[in-house]
Write a protein that binds this ligand. Structure first.
Ligand SMILES: CSCCC(=O)C(=O)COP(=O)(O)O
Ligand SMILES: [Mg+2]
Length: 243
């Protein structure tokens, strides 16, 4: 293989897919379904660790400790719902929030109300890169379960066959170099053999500090970025040169 990279690591929102799809379709779905979901899933074993994670993200030891002042279940549910609404209003990429969002989206993707939006160049590039022998990974604030739903039910069909693995914030925050070193170690490559593509310069800075190559994703509706970041911009994955 002539490519300087062995792997491509992709962000989702603002990179494979539009910010608008996440903010105008996926997030409103969560806000609409939140209360009903919590009520139905309250005693399910999958929810328990997520409630602990939400409490820990809020600075508490556990869900029990976080809600010790509340005596009934509806009040505990309302504390969770209020915290989720607060985090979403501030667009906090907290691990517990992202895990809960993924659980709420599951039903929407499985019954077809949600269909993952991807830019036209994405499936073509995934095919070209993997055919050339590169391995492609996802690193998103969206939970791994949510990533699989999103790409498994995308408007270009099931794209999961193209991915060799998925990473989310359980590996570490996206703006810290250590997270990229952990990912490189997990995929068994030196960081300089990995190309990371994202719309957020602070994420690209962290990846570059870890030794990865970077490209800045420019897509319609992305937030404008400050000058002087030094990351090569691309408006389409077709602009990634492999040779
Ligand atoms: C599985 S898509 C979920 C999108 C999402 O919730 C999110 O926070 C995306 O952030 P990214 O790190 O992909 O920019
Ligand atoms: Mg992004």
């Amino acid at each position: 293989m002539t490519s300087p990279y062995h792997c491509i690591l992709l962000d989702i929102e603002g990179t494979t897919s539009s910010v608008s799809f996440v903010y105008d379709v996926m997030f409103p779905f969560v806000l609409r379904e939140l209360d009903k979901y919590l009520e139905c899933a309250w005693n399910s074993p999958e929810l328990t660790p997520v409630l602990d994670q939400i409490a820990q993200d809020a600075g508490s030891e556990s869900f029990l400790a976080w809600t010790a002042d509340l005596t009934d279940e509806p009040a505990r549910r309302e504390r969770v719902a209020a915290e989720i609404r607060r985090l979403m209003a501030d667009d906090v990429k907290a691990t517990g929030l992202k895990q809960l969002q993924g659980m709420i989206w599951k039903d929407g993707f499985e019954r077809g109300e949600l269909v993952g939006q991807v830019y036209r160049d994405v499936p073509e590039a995934l095919e070209a890169w993997t055919s050339a022998g590169l391995r492609v990974y996802i690193y998103s604030s969206g939970s791994i379960a949510a990533q699989k739903l999103f790409f498994g039910h995308s408007e270009a069909g099931n794209l999961l066959k193209y991915f060799s693995g998925h990473f989310d914030t359980t590996t570490g925050p996206k703006k810290e170099a250590q997270s990229y070193l952990t990912i490189a170690a997990a995929i068994g490559e030196p960081p300089e053999k990995v190309l990371f593509i994202s719309d957020v310069t602070a994420e690209l800075d962290a990846a570059r500090e870890a030794g990865m190559a970077t490209r800045l994703s420019i897509r319609p509706g992305n937030k404008p970025v400050e000058e002087g970041h030094g990351h090569e911009p691309i408006a389409s994955f077709s602009q990634v040169s492999l040779g």
